[in-house]
Write a protein that binds this ligand. Structure first.
Ligand SMILES: C[S@@+](CC[C@H](N)C(=O)[O-])C[C@H]1O[C@@H](n2cnc3c(N)ncnc32)[C@H](O)[C@@H]1O
Length: 183
């Protein structure tokens, strides 16, 4: 679960970009995904990937607004079948936003970045949750990806939390100082 202030700031950050294609790895009950859908276009395609068997049967689709399509992909994000399913729902489009919030191990993040970062369009956003702890795998993954790219972070309060984002432009463009929001 995100810390409210960091999440509100992140949603505002997304809203000015008007994302249409969004995917979250590790959607759980869909709190972050639903919040991101509020920042998305009226016709957005918002995909959540989750492997727990405990997901409610109720379809996440019911929570979209306007002409939005909210999709739950039930499966292990690390399998080729799940990647293929995400691509299927993207219908040949690339992601405007990829949000990584599954298990935050070095190994899992490496797999997820290998599977999904290539699906993000030029200028799209890759964001990591629970990234504020120095040395944590999400912060290390963010540091690696943001080298030479614009990046932003929104920090929560206390241990854990923190959303860190990278704009996927070609490395070497201007990198502004991160904005830090203390909750
Ligand atoms: C921290 S919770 C996500 C919270 C959610 N993003 C939110 O903001 O409400 C992490 C979720 O990732 C899921 N998860 C972990 N590894 C996964 C994988 N390989 N494939 C799909 N889901 C995974 C877990 O089952 C868990 O529900």
């Amino acid at each position: 679960m995100p810390y409210p202030l960091e999440q509100a700031c992140f949603v505002e950050f997304l809203a000015v970009r008007k994302p249409k294609y969004i995917c979250e790895i590790g959607m759980s009950l869909g709190v972050s995904l639903w919040l991101m859908s509020r920042a998305a276009t009226d016709d957005a395609v918002v995909i959540g990937v989750e492997h727990t068997k405990d997901l409610p049967a109720k379809d996440f689709a019911a929570y979209g607004r306007a002409q939005q399509t909210l999709i739950t992909v039930r499966g292990d994000a690390h399998t080729p079948e799940t990647v293929a399913e995400v691509k299927h729902f993207l219908g040949g489009h690339l992601l405007d936003v990829l949000y990584l919030d599954a298990d935050h191990t070095v190994e899992d993040l490496a797999i997820e970045m290998g599977c999904y970062v290539g699906l993000v369009r030029e200028g799209g956003i890759v964001a990591f949750h629970d990234a504020q702890d120095v040395g944590s795998p999400p912060q290390e993954a963010w540091n690696a990806l943001r080298a030479g790219r614009p990046s932003t972070c929104f920090w929560g309060d206390g241990y854990g939390y923190g959303i860190a984002a990278v704009e996927m432009v070609a490395p070497g463009k201007v990198t502004p100082e991160p904005i830090r929001v203390k909750g």
